[in-house]
Design a protein. Structure first.
Length: 95
C-alpha cells in the first residue's frame, strides 16, 4: 500500500469515526428525550437550551462538549454511558 493510500485510509477512518460518533450521540439524545415523552421545546426548556440547539443535537449538526451533553442529560435525570469498540469492516493496517 502506498503512503498516499495509507494517508487517505487514515483520513477516511477519522472522518468516518467522527460521523459515527455524531450520529450515535444524536440518536441517544433523541431517544433520551422521547423516553420522557417530551417535545423538543419541553426538553430544551428543562435543559436551559434553545429548541433550535436541541434540534441540531438530535440531527447530528451540533458539536457539543461532553460536559454540555452531561449537563443536558443531568437536567433530564439521565446520564451518558460511553463505550469504545472497533470500527467494523475497517481494519487499520500496520505499516
Amino acid at each position: 500500500m502506498t503512503a498516499s493510500c495509507i494517508h487517505n485510509d487514515e483520513v477516511f477512518l477519522r472522518n468516518y469515526g467522527e460521523a459515527l460518533a455524531k450520529d450515535e450521540l444524536a440518536v441517544a439524545i433523541s431517544e433520551a428525550r422521547r423516553q420522557h415523552g417530551w417535545t423538543q421545546e419541553e426538553a430544551a426548556s428543562r435543559a436551559n437550551v434553545s429548541q433550535a440547539y436541541l434540534s441540531k443535537l438530535e440531527s447530528g449538526d451540533a458539536n457539543p462538549t461532553i460536559g454540555h451533553i452531561g449537563a443536558i442529560l443531568g437536567a433530564w435525570g439521565q446520564r451518558l454511558r460511553l463505550s469504545v469498540v472497533p470500527l467494523k469492516n475497517f481494519p487499520v493496517e500496520e505499516t
